[in-house]
Design a protein around this ligand. Structure first.
Ligand code: ADP
Ligand code: MG
Length: 441
């Protein structure tokens, strides 16, 4: 049972996220008894919280791994206290040896450039981050990386921070999410510590703000960020931002911030092709010494869809199930492990997309493929190209081909346009969701 718990940990980490994991799951100790799994937690408060927020997930995960229903109880005592912040070093000697990290925020140790698989969908963003890492503040300032959820933005900026700290251990790095920035701001405001807040952020040499779209609509936070941005930028410090959409499409972002962001280098990450996902899942398996047969890798790629995060989740599930059952990873085991969690994705063809979109707009497929430019066909065509990429997961060149032999940059442009419009226009967002749902059904 204790083995079961250790096997469940990586799965739980993925399901609850890094921060919840270190706060709520890591401190738990597992003991087994006749009735199932007994989890020892540090306090009553902890127990209540776990019960309310994480117990169903924990139970499902253990059940999945054990291959049979698994009873879980929590008891107070015996557990390690939650990880506290590292204490100040006791002597100067220790201080010298302490590992270098960012001054503000935290890095994920294994999100490095080395573990990042580069391919056509993320090459530009990767190269941009490498350039920044080679000469922070010199070129590409600010640099903005944008792309959908689970496509590697956080991994990439962690890679950048690691790289910079490796080369110049004394460089003062801040690497945090827009949300953390806001939380630090709020607590500084409450404690009347704004002078300290400003000093703290204005002393960094490299500011990396992840998920900047979070600032949308948060005026006070934007205001403060604007001043931080200007102070750093004005003194030649490097700023890197990530966002789930292009800056132009972040609704609720003040114009003056938007224009700052757009004044820099903007690189986007697209969903990886099936080929790249195959390389990624193999790389992840190798790093963890997981024996992953090609047919299972292919199954994971097909099932998990475009998000690398989902792909990793599927791999972890399969690997953990095999480890607990003490069997090698086979197709049969993978099918069983994935069954209840990852819905089977239908393969949607570009032709099906063209059919559905033309019908919706009362056009013919020929209209979509034609080179006519009127608004009545231009928008439906862009929608169809977008769905061909996102729902049918076809490559840019193959979509271009199937839309009357256009240039693939036209398709890339269409995808960007629709991404932007989805972000700003609820109606369009709904329309796309409906069409996407129809196609997948
Ligand atoms: P985002 O911040 O864009 O939502 P993350 O950076 O959190 O995405 O990535 C989700 C997961 O997928 C992470 O575990 C990350 O390591 C992995 N990942 C994404 N892209 C790649 C890649 N190109 N190579 C290796 N791992 C990747
Ligand atoms: Mg992220």
């Amino acid at each position: 049972m204790v083995g079961l718990w250790s096997a469940a940990l990586p799965l739980l980490r993925q399901q609850v996220g890094e921060r919840n994991f270190s706060t709520w799951i890591e401190p738990i100790r597992c003991a087994s008894d006749e009735e199932g799994v007994r989890l020892e937690v540090p306090s009553r408060f902890f127990q209540d919280w776990i019960t309310r927020h994480f117990l169903p997930t924990i139970r499902d995960t253990l059940t999945l791994l054990a291959g049979q229903p698994c009873a879980v109880r929590t008891v107070i005592g015996g557990a390690l206290p939650p990880k506290s912040r590292p204490a100040a070093p006791a002597s100067s000697e220790q201080r010298v040896e302490a590992p270098r990290g960012p001054r503000i925020g935290q890095l994920v140790a294994h999100y490095t450039f080395e573990t990042f698989v580069v391919g056509p969908s993320n090459e530009i963003a990767y190269r941009a981050m490498q350039e920044v890492g080679a000469a922070p503040g010199r070129r590409f300032n600010p640099a903005v990386v944008h792309g959908g959820v689970g496509l590697g933005k956080t991994h990439l900026i962690n890679g950048l921070a690691h790289e910079v700290l490796r080369r110049w251990p004394r460089v003062r790095v801040a690497c945090l999410s827009g949300e953390s920035f806001m939380n630090i701001l709020i607590s500084s405001l409450r404690q009347d510590q704004m002078a300290a807040f400003r000093d703290r952020f204005r002393q960094v040499d490299l500011l990396i703000l992840d998920d900047v779209q979070f600032l949308a609509g948060k005026e006070r936070t934007q205001e403060e960020f604007f001043h931080t941005f200007n102070a750093l930028y004005g003194s030649g410090k490097q700023i890197v931002l990530t966002s789930d959409k292009p800056p132009s499409a972040i609704a609720g972002l003040e114009e003056r911030l938007r224009s700052r962001f757009e004044g820099g280098m903007i690189a986007d990450i697209h969903p990886p092709t099936a080929e790249m996902r195959f390389a990624i899942v193999h790389a992840k398996a190798d790093r963890q010494s997981i024996q992953l047969p090609d047919d299972v890798a292919k199954l994971l790629v097909d099932r998990a869809g475009p998000s690398v995060r989902e792909l990793e989740g599927a791999l972890t599930r399969v690997a953990a199930t095999a480890a607990v059952r003490g069997v090698p990873i086979t197709m049969a085991l993978a099918e069983a492990a994935l069954g209840p969690y990852v819905p089977m994705r239908n393969t949607v063809s570009v032709e099906a997309v063209q059919e559905a979109v033309s019908q919706h707009f009362g056009l013919t497929v020929g209209d979509l493929k034609s080179h006519r430019r009127g608004r009545d066909v231009a928008f439906p065509r862009q929608v169809a190209m977008y769905l061909s990429r996102v729902t049918a997961e076809a490559s840019f060149p193959s979509i271009a081909e199937k839309f009357g032999g256009r240039d693939h940059s036209t398709v890339m442009h269409a995808v960007r346009v629709i991404e932007g419009r989805r972000a700003t226009d609820k109606k369009i967002d709904q329309l796309i969701s409906v069409l996407d749902g129809q196609l997948r059904a």
